[in-house]
Write a protein that binds this ligand. Structure first.
Ligand code: FE2
Length: 326
């Protein structure tokens, strides 16, 4: 973490603004390495990520799960183990992905983000491997739906959209007869498109009807989908992904969403950022209610003096990326 500027304007806590050394719940290592660059991913995380993609490739090509289930669990055990010791490495591996044309990236990423969130919220290690399974298999039912529908550039017809919405139920049926698969995994998979406000599918359930694992998978899925390239658009940055989730927060579990955003924001106090206005600035503090929208000190346009810009109050201004100091 960088030194705090000598003229740092806030005390330890001012109102609802948190600053400096805010504990990141349950994640020790993330505190130290938060400036994301792809080069940071270590070899072990890279290999686990690739192994997970390869096993999904086998499952999808053969359209069979049972013969590969043991191998899949072995890979997931490694993935969970890595996430418990070096969560930031698996997260970096997942964030490296730029295109979703290779579908397995999405499956593995939802797995990584779900376990990451599950771990922070206190789900036991023995259950995390089941959550990992739910994450990686959540869209397996897409295999039953014609690829032309998924890859269609234009608007879907009513019938096509109806088909798309069948996939979570189909994923459920791919796994329901496998005795090794935990009940919670099945529920999570079935509910990964359900939303707290009842706007989801397939059943339109809401509030308490939505299981914790369905809530976790839903956040991980939307975040990864939004930050992935699609046939009809480019990928959004992961900061934009967090922003998108926050703007749609009524659909998600607020407590989980806050935890997710807070732990993926990667904004250490004192780090330098580039804004969409072209200005660069330094992170000075952040809000409890919007941790992805910090307070930034930017140079005035005339080059003389500095401004404090509160991104929570300037919704049109957002962080494009973190920049390393020269
Ligand atoms: Fe899905």
């Amino acid at each position: 973490m960088k030194d705090i500027p000598a003229d740092f304007p806030f005390s330890e806590t001012v109102g609802d603004i948190d600053i400096i050394n805010e504990e990141i719940a349950g994640v020790k290592n993330l505190e130290e390495v938060k400036l994301f660059t792809p080069e940071l991913v270590d070899q072990e995380a890279r290999e686990i990520y690739i192994q997970a993609c390869l096993i999904m490739n086998k499952i999808c090509c053969s359209r069979k799960i049972k013969p590969y289930l043991h191998e899949l669990y072995m890979v997931l055990d490694n993935l969970v183990g890595k996430l418990l010791i070096h969560p930031e490495m698996m997260i970096y591996a997942a964030l490296q992905k730029k295109s979703d044309t290779f579908t397995f990236y999405h499956a593995v990423n939802v797995c990584v983000f779900s376990v990451f969130l599950g771990r922070i919220t206190g789900i036991k290690k023995t259950e995390l491997r089941e959550l990992a399974l739910a994450g990686i298999m959540h869209d397996i039912g897409k295999l039953d739906i014609p690829a032309e529908i998924w890859n269609k550039k234009g608007l879907l017809s009513e019938l096509e959209y109806k088909k798309v919405k069948e996939h979570s139920l189909r994923s459920f049926f791919h796994l329901v007869n496998l005795e090794q698969v935990d009940r919670q995994s099945l529920i999570g998979i079935l509910q990964h498109h359900e939303r707290l406000d009842g706007s989801g599918y397939p059943h339109g359930i809401k509030e308490d009807e939505l299981h914790l694992w369905g809530r976790i998978l839903g956040i991980a899925d939307v975040f990864d989908a939004y930050t992935s390239e699609r046939v009809y658009r480019k990928a959004h940055s992961h900061y934009q992904g967090l922003e998108y989730l926050w703007q749609n927060s009524s659909r998600f579990d607020k407590r989980l969403l806050k935890t997710f955003i807070r732990n993926l924001s990667f904004f250490p106090i004192g780090s330098r950022v580039l804004l969409n206005t072209g200005e660069s600035g330094i992170i000075m503090g952040f809000h409890k209610y919007a941790p992805h929208r910090p307070i930034v000190r930017v140079k005035k346009k005339d080059g003389i003096g500095e401004n404090l810009l509160d991104l929570a109050e300037n919704q049109t201004i957002f962080i494009q990326k973190l920049v390393q100091d020269a």
